[in-house]
Design a protein around this ligand. Structure first.
Ligand code: TTP
Ligand code: MG
Length: 349
């Protein structure tokens, strides 16, 4: 059995701002774009969440929900710096750290010999050190695999510590709502709901063939997750070269117009990911298209900033190369290599 930790900072951007200006701590506070420029909320502190404000909500709406909300534009360079400090603490525990974004990471502590090998003590140590050295509170989940560790870190947020021991795993899984499973979004959630499946206990009753029939490849994954099986290793950090999102469509997109339509939600998701990485300096954008004959084409444009318009233009050129129905579209942003960061940065729209 492995021992995996998932550590995730509480309201990260807001936590950094509250640390640097404690007068903000009790007030509803959000980091986000201005309502005049149709900005969205990156994150907000817990007092603001009481008003129903959350990440990705238009700032205008957030201000309607809470007119006295304190809104800050965000200092991404500072967040990236704090993130590096926190990631350094993770590395003091183990070299097996997989950062997912600025404020969260998986740690494989199976081989750690300190703390008498107790992952719970290690998690406590991480929380204490992180708070003492950076002023930021972490929520940590401990489990035998990644997906349960991630669910666990969210379980008692903020400032949580949830341990799912191998012995406790069975009980935990039985009661676990399927909507909490990695990869189950609103669409899959609704279909499971329609099948009368609300918990992993119910999901286990469904034979593998039926799940594959209903959900394709993901059906097998659902089958495994319901049984607590997740063998994904914690992958070592290498320098991130790009941030991207892609989507395979349930039905092939017949023409360019339908491809353009599919682009908007992809762009939005990409922008959210870029924000989660603290708006790192970018070098250009990439579009990937897989056609119905499985041929793939990627097009890159150096020096262009990500925007619906720039992606749309690139998509058009990529589509021209095949002129046939499309199975998959991906959009991404290339990061500027660390070495060159000081030389050129593109504005983000
Ligand atoms: P999260 O860990 O999802 O959120 P959080 O740390 O603010 O709050 P929680 O206590 O629930 O963990 O994301 C980490 C940071 O990434 C967050 O502080 C701001 C940024 N972010 C965005 O910029 N846009 C987004 O849509 C999301 C979800 C996060
Ligand atoms: Mg967080």
């Amino acid at each position: 059995m492995r021992k995996i930790l998932h550590a995730d900072c509480d309201c990260f951007f807001a936590a950094v701002e509250m640390r640097d200006n404690p007068a903000l701590t009790e007030l509803p506070l959000a980091i986000g774009g201005s309502p005049e420029r149709r900005g969205v909320i990156a994150t907000c502190n817990y007092p603001a969440r009481v008003f129903g404000i959350h990440s990705a909500m238009p700032t205008a709406r957030a201000l309607r929900l809470c007119p006295h909300l304190t809104l800050l534009p965000g200092n991404f360079e500072k967040y990236r710096e704090v993130s590096q400090q926190i990631q350094a603490i993770f590395h003091e525990l183990t070299p097996l750290v997989e950062p997912l974004s600025l404020d969260e990471a998986f740690l494989d502590v199976s081989q750690v010999e300190g703390f008498s090998g107790s992952a719970t003590w290690m998690a406590r140590w991480l929380k204490e050190e992180c708070l003492a050295r950076t002023g930021i509170t972490l929520s940590v989940g401990v489990a035998p695999n990644k997906f349960l560790a991630k669910i666990a870190s969210d379980w008692e947020k903020p400032n949580g510590l949830t341990v799912i021991t191998p012995e406790r795993m069975e009980d935990f899984l039985q009661a676990l709502p399927v909507k909490k499973l990695h990869g189950v979004g609103p669409a899959t959630g609704a279909r499971l709901d329609a099948m009368g499946i609300a918990t992993c206990e119910a999901l286990r009753e469904v034979p593998l063939e039926r799940l594959v029939e209903a959900f394709g490849k993901f059906g097998k994954r659902l089958f495994e997750l319901a049984r607590g099986i997740d063998e994904r290793p914690v992958r070592l950090e290498r320098e991130r070269k790009s941030i991207s999102v892609e989507s395979t469509f349930a039905q092939d997109l017949p023409d360019l117009a339908s491809c353009r339509q599919a682009l908007a939600p992809l762009c939005q998701k990409l922008m959210e990911r870029i924000a989660r990485h603290g708006h790192p300096p970018l070098a250009g954008i990439v579009v990937k298209v897989r056609f119905d004959d499985f041929s793939v084409t990627t097009l890159e444009s150096r020096g262009l900033a990500p925007s619906p318009e720039s992606f749309s233009r690139l998509l058009e050129q990529a589509w021209e190369r095949g002129r046939r129905p499309v199975r998959l579209i991906g959009v991404g942003a290339r990061l500027l290599p660390e070495l060159h960061r000081r030389q050129l940065t593109l504005p983000i729209e």
